[in-house]
Ligand binder design. Structure first.
Ligand code: CP
Length: 304
């Protein structure tokens, strides 16, 4: 199959901000198809080579992409920056071009520097799938989040979603904001001042923790200590008291409210240990849903 520049762009998934609502829904619908599939292995991507290129650490995203690709019988190459020539100073661009030269059909990529993914997508001739780029977007995480909400509520239209925590550094918050609003949900943020993203205020209001907990979906975010250049002027216990989903707060949620978190979780900081595995929590179903979502995304990148 020869891919034209246009089809490469259409098959890539760089973010949800510019993706049409119909495209998002079609990925969710296709994920539902794969979710129902009982056969573990389906050879739809046989003889397609996919490179998973992770320049930043990951557990869930990396393994669920690999699981999804292997379930579709793709040939999978896993690249870990620490064990590569990146450790000798090779650039992300040269690394991706190297794998492209060897004949990969698609690349899944996670990286830290802002703007590099968009530049790469202009230059490489295979579809690229964003597995998380800096603070910008994490589209497959948001897709699996939407899928999880749809599983519970049927539709996203009119759903009230509160995203609580480190909004400033969250690519998950951004991808969810863009996609949820396209599908008719109401998004509100809650964060301490140092974790607010002022540029997002025009898109979603910041509200108090008590207001935020009245939503249909309460999405907690990890405090991303590694992204705060100047550290955090708040102790973990203070953060928990002011913004954490404690057992006490969770007990007051509406009975129909669901609790989400993209994980990894700082237990007993942004969310109490007992709440992570409480009946209202969808944290582990979110992880399960990552596989059918990524099957749909890789099929779209390589086949449909
Ligand atoms: N949710 C998420 O992106 O987790 P990982 O960093 O483990 O991939």
């Amino acid at each position: 199959m020869i891919l034209t520049a246009k089809s490469i762009r259409e098959r890539s998934l760089l973010g949800l901000k510019d993706l049409a609502a119909s495209e998002i829904e079609s990925i969710l619908d296709r994920a539902a198809h794969w979710d129902k599939q009982e056969e573990k292995l389906v050879p739809v991507l046989a003889s397609r080579f996919v490179a998973n290129m992770f320049f930043e650490n990951s557990t869930r995203t990396r393994f669920s992409f690999e699981m999804a690709e292997k379930r579709l019988c793709a040939e999978v190459l896993n690249f870990a920056a620490a064990a590569s020539s990146v450790a000798k100073g090779e650039s992300i661009y040269d690394t991706v071009r190297t794998l492209e030269s060897m004949g990969i059909d698609a690349g899944v990529i996670r990286l830290k520097p802002e703007g590099v993914l968009a530049q790469l997508a202009e230059k490489v001739k295979v579809p690229l799938v964003n597995a998380g780029d800096g603070n910008n977007e994490h589209p497959t995480q948001a897709l699996l989040d939407l899928y999880t909400m749809r599983q519970t509520f049927g539709s996203l239209k009119g759903l009230n979603v509160s995203i609580i925590g480190d909004i400033k550094h969250s690519r998950v918050a951004r991808s969810n904001l863009w996609a949820l609003q396209k599908l008719g949900a109401n998004v509100k943020f809650c964060a301490p001042d140092m974790m607010k993203a002022p540029e997002l205020e025009a898109h979603a209001p910041y509200i108090s923790i008590n207001e935020a907990l009245k939503a249909d979906v309460v999405m907690m975010l990890r405090v991303q200590l590694e992204r705060h250049d100047k550290g955090i002027d708040m102790k973990a216990e203070e953060y928990r008291e002011q913004f954490g989903l404690t057992e006490e707060r969770a007990a007051k949620l509406n009975p129909s409210t669901i609790i989400m978190h993209p994980a990894p979780v700082n237990r007993n900081v942004e969310i109490d240990d007992a709440v992570v595995e409480s009946p209202a929590s969808r944290i582990f179903p979110q992880m399960s849903n990552g596989v059918p979502i990524r099957m749909a995304v890789m099929e779209r990148a390589l086949l449909l």
